[in-house]
Design a protein around this ligand. Structure first.
Ligand SMILES: CC(C)(COP(=O)(O)OP(=O)(O)OC[C@H]1O[C@@H](n2cnc3c(N)ncnc32)[C@H](O)[C@@H]1OP(=O)(O)O)[C@@H](O)C(=O)NCCC(=O)NCCS
Length: 306
C-alpha cells in the first residue's frame, strides 16, 4: 500500500494585471517581460487563506470524498494571512475540520516540501489516511509595485492536492536543500517587500534545480529519459528551458501556466499539475517530477510514480 494523489484543485483571484497595465505604471514593456520571463499577465489582490480554501474545496470534490475524510492539512506558503495563528487553521476552519494542520515556509519550493512531508506523516505509525497539501501565496501584497525588477514577475494563486493511501502511485526519490548563505539574494525587507538580485537568482536557480532533479532521479534509480512529466516551479520560462536543456528533457514534457499567472510561489507546482491533468498527461504509472526553488535559497524535487 502506498500513496497517490486522488484529487486536485486550483484557485486564482479575479483581478488580472496584464503587462500592458504594468507599462502604465513603470518603465517596461510587454515585449521585454514576455521575452525575459514568458509572463503575460498575473492575478493580484488574493488572500492566502481564501484562495487556499477554495483550491482545497475543489481538490476534495475532485477526489470524490467529503471534507470530513481529510485528517491532516499542510499549507505551504510564504505569505500567511498573519503570523499567529497559522493560516492553515483558517483552511481547517473553513472545511469544518479539527484535524492537525500546519504551515510550511519553504518559499517557492514549498509544495515539493509539503508533498514529501505528507508522505512521511502518512507512512509513520498511526499517521493520517488522507492529507490535504495546499500551496497558496498572495505575492501581490509583498511586491514593491515601483520596482520593475520584481513587480513584473509575481502573482497570486493557490493549488491543492489530496493524498490518500492506495496501491497506485508512489514517491520514488526526493532531494531537498537550502543554501542559507544566499538568503540575501531574495528576501523581504522590514517593510515586508521583496528585494531580489534577479540575475544571481536566475543563475543559482538553474544550477540548484538541475542538480536537485539529478539527485532525486539517482535516488529513484532513474535517468532524465525516464521522465514523462515535469511540473516545474513557474518563475521564468527561461529557467525552465535552461534546466531542461541541461538535463536533456524536451520542453514538451513540462507543463506551464506562468504566461497567465506569473510566479505564484508555493502555488505554482500544483497549478502546473492541474494543467498537466487537464491535458491528460497524468496517467497511472507515469513518472512525474515536481521541482521548485526560491528564497532561502531553498530547493526541492520529488520523483513520483503517478
Ligand atoms: C528578473 C529577470 C527577468 C531580469 O532579466 P535579465 O535578463 O536577468 O535582465 P537584467 O536584470 O540583466 O537586466 C537587463 C536590462 O533590462 C533592464 N530591466 C530590468 N527590468 C526591466 C523591466 N521590467 N523592463 C524593462 N527593462 C528592464 C535592466 O535595467 C537592464 O538594463 P541595462 O542593461 O541598461 O542595465 C531575470 O533575472 C529573472 O527572472 N531572474 C530570476 C528571478 C526569479 O525567478 N525570482 C524568483 C525565484 S523563486
Amino acid at each position: 500500500m502506498t500513496i497517490r494523489i486522488a484529487g486536485i484543485g486550483t484557485s486564482l483571484p479575479p483581478t488580472i494585471v496584464t503587462n500592458h497595465d504594468l507599462e502604465q505604471r513603470m518603465d517596461t514593456s510587454d515585449a521585454w517581460i514576455r521575452e525575459r520571463s514568458g509572463i503575460g499577465e498575473r492575478r493580484v489582490s488574493g488572500v492566502t487563506s481564501e484562495m487556499g480554501l477554495d483550491a482545497a474545496t475543489k481538490a476534495i470534490e475532485d477526489a470524490g470524498i467529503g471534507a470530513g475524510d481529510i485528517d491532516f492539512v499542510l499549507l505551504a506558503t510564504c505569505t500567511p494571512d498573519q503570523v499567529i495563528p497559522a493560516t492553515s487553521t483558517q483552511i481547517t476552519r473553513g472545511l469544518g475540520l479539527t484535524c492537525g494542520s500546519m504551515d510550511i515556509n519553504a518559499a517557492c519550493a514549498g509544495f515539493a516540501y509539503g508533498y514529501a512531508a505528507a508522505f512521511g506523516l502518512m507512512l509513520a505509525p498511526g499517521g493520517p489516511n488522507r492529507v490535504l497539501v495546499v500551496g497558496a501565496d498572495a505575492m501581490s501584497k509583498v511586491v514593491d509595485w515601483t520596482d520593475r525588477g520584481t513587480a513584473i514577475l509575481f502573482g497570486d494563486g493557490a493549488g491543492a492536492a489530496v493524498l490518500e493511501r492506495h496501491e497506485q502511485g508512489d514517491l520514488l526519490g526526493q532531494d531537498f536543500g537550502v543554501a542559507g548563505d544566499l538568503r540575501e539574494i531574495l528576501y523581504c525587507n522590514h517593510a515586508d517587500t521583496i528585494v531580489m538580485e534577479g540575475r544571481e537568482v536566475f543563475k543559482r536557480a538553474v544550477r540548484a534545480v538541475t542538480q536537485s532533479v539529478k539527485n532525486a532521479l539517482d535516488q529513484a534509480g532513474l535517468t532524465p529519459s525516464d521522465i514523462d512529466v515535469v511540473l516545474p516551479h513557474q518563475a521564468n520560462v527561461r529557467i525552465i528551458e535552461a534546466v531542461c536543456s541541461r538535463l536533456d528533457i524536451p520542453m514538451e514534457k513540462t507543463h506551464n501556466v506562468l504566461e497567465h499567472t506569473g510566479n505564484t510561489s508555493a502555488a505554482s507546482i500544483p497549478l502546473a499539475m492541474a494543467a498537466a491533468n487537464e491535458a491528460g498527461a497524468l496517467q497511472p504509472g507515469k513518472i512525474v517530477v515536481m521541482t521548485g526553488f526560491g528564497a532561502g535559497m531553498a530547493w526541492g524535487s520529488v520523483v513520483v510514480r503517478w
